[in-house]
Design a protein around this ligand. Sequence first.
Ligand code: NAD
Ligand code: UFG
Length: 335
Amino acid sequence: MKVLLTGGTGYIGSHTAIELIKLGYEVEIMDNLFNSKIEVLDKIAEISGVKPKFYEVDLLDKDGMDKMFAEGDYDLVIHFAGLKAVGESVEKPLKYYENNVGGTINLLECMKKHGVNKIIFSSSATVYGDQGVAELTEDMQTGVGITNPYGRTKYMIEEILKDVAVANKEFEVTILRYFNPVGTHPSGLIGEDPNDIPNNLMPIIMKVSTGEIEKLKVYGDDYDTVDGTGVRDYIHVVDLAKGHVAAINKIKSGISIYNLGTGKGTSVLEMIAAFEKASGGKKLPYEVVERRAGDLAEICANPGRAERELGWKTELTIDDAMNDTINYLNHLKEK
Ligand code: NAD
Ligand code: UFG
């Protein structure tokens, strides 16, 4: 099976490429390299033994996309490409709607023109908005109470995919709602390496540990959670990557939606403690500050559907994620 990964040089795409190549899939990657580096292709080759064919194309470049699809003869697309900085999306909403929603429309048009009917889409737990409960299941209503344009692009794309699947009975769509991806490949060769200043917890912890950021700001310790700090369902990126393989195996006509998470929540202070443990007890400087606008106290996946229907569940722990992250940071230092 020949699979195109849009955004495949990015964090989750590159880990998924490795899992697919390991299982014998033919993988090609397209990316505009806005938030990833071309060197990732060599790292994928070093780990998996195969360097995927690469197209430096933008989702918004209709001609470039058309040419790639004409050459590619793909069986399935995993659509990772998109902008994901929540804060920036509030400042520049049109950029996000154009890139994420407009780019997806271009992709779907190309797929239709070239007879590619299978797509797996990288969605997010953010589409659930605020449900008033911590544990989220796929049949909950989505789209209400999303606090930023990035999240709304995910919701809008999900709705577009549902409409396209109604219009085209041949279409096979799987929406994967990721919870909070963390960790890196155990080889230490690839991981999350944002081109910009990060705003998610794990990349910030990494930059605090290297001294690039002075201290971690813990956004609030007065939530109704285990220790007052925010609780999230952190999933190891290698488990997440394997979720895509499981989804390919079970893709079917119409729309299927799965949460990819562990089902277990971890607080910010617990994440700090786990990182300190993995770094041999070295303290991570932090201070508690005001809550961040739009944050919820606790978000956790109910991953039951993915386990029942895809035969997938997570195997790695927060400690695995932290150990792999330290290994990756050590590799970066050696460069
Ligand atoms: P990433 O930024 O590392 O990877 C996304 C890739 O898409 C980047 O390499 C970027 O250069 C590329 N890209 C962006 N716009 C493009 C365009 N117009 N044309 C071509 N390439 C383009 O992000 P990631 O963490 O690997 O996330 C992958 C997907 O998963 C994204 O859609 C993201 O929204 C979604 N997601 C991520 C998280 C998370 O916390 N990492 C959580 C939920 C959902
Ligand atoms: N946090 C801090 N300090 C920081 C950054 C984060 O205390 O500097 C806390 C947050 O308050 C939250 C937790 O760490 O309690 C996780 O925050 P992230 O920003 O890493 O993740 P979120 O759950 O807020 O959001 C992320 C993505 C969204 C996505 C969502 C679910 O940013 O786009 O996961 O997938 F929708």
